[in-house]
Design a protein around this ligand. Structure first.
Ligand SMILES: [Fe+2]
Length: 228
């Protein structure tokens, strides 16, 4: 019978009510998510001015690379948020070590190397951050398996973490610290060519070198927005 396939007005109203309720719930979740992000942001900002600027730049460089690679919006969002919080574990490392300008002892260096695992642990209790944990935990892995904390190799390293690693290293080379100047751009490019396939994923490094060649204005925009 034709009538059986047609929903009555009261059924349609009920569906509309359910949809409205779902939308309200989704909006509330989204709001809670953004508030959690803001809270974590304040945590990172409380650490020191350098960490703040560094995190913002790594976030934006990661997004730039992700877009050039044609990643979908959901991955771009993970790169953006993962970049902001990639070093959040540094709140678990004493400033006397983090800010030390003299050469680090082996013990001090191993404490610094704990920050990706500390960061992953900080985020581990919140389901909403589950998808950025791979970035936080593995942004210091190297393509040849000599990085930390997992000594993961090649494609075993989460893809988004391989992108963040390049953004992070680029920022370390190009930002100004009290004890060192930024490296000149030609030296930076040479480093990326030299360590492509050992430290860096060769395909992502190639795309990043293309960005440095053809989209350098976008890099400069980020550096002007978040100066070091
Ligand atoms: Fe880091």
């Amino acid at each position: 019978m034709i009538e059986s396939g047609i929903k009555s007005i009261s059924q349609m109203n009920m569906i509309k009510d359910i949809n409205d309720e779902l939308k309200d719930t989704y909006d509330q979740l989204e709001k809670a998510y953004m508030e959690s992000i803001q809270t974590l942001r304040y945590t990172v900002e409380a650490k020191d001015a350098y960490t703040r600027g560094h995190s913002d730049r790594v976030s934006e460089y990661s997004v730039l690379i992700g877009r050039k690679l044609g990643l979908q919006d959901s991955d771009i969002r993970l790169l953006q948020i993962g970049g902001l919080f990639h070093d959040i574990g540094k709140i678990g490392v004493p400033d006397s070590i983090l800010l030390k300008e003299a050469r680090l002892t082996d013990d001090e260096y191993s404490q610094i190397k704990n920050h990706p695992s500390i960061g992953a642990h900080i985020l581990s209790n919140a389901t909403i951050f589950a998808d950025i944990i791979p970035i936080v935990k593995h942004h210091h892995e190297k393509y040849d398996g000599t990085g930390y904390p997992g000594r993961l190799k090649g494609e075993d390293i989460p893809y988004l973490a391989r992108i963040a690693a390049i953004a992070d290293t680029f920022d370390a080379m190009t930002s100004v610290r009290p004890y060192r100047k930024a490296l000149p751009l030609d030296v930076v490019k040479e480093e990326f060519r030299k360590y492509s396939g050992t430290q860096f994923d060769p395909n992502i490094a190639k795309v990043f070198l293309e960005i440095l060649e053809t989209d350098y204005d976008k890099i400069e925009e980020i550096q002007e927005k978040y100066p070091s």
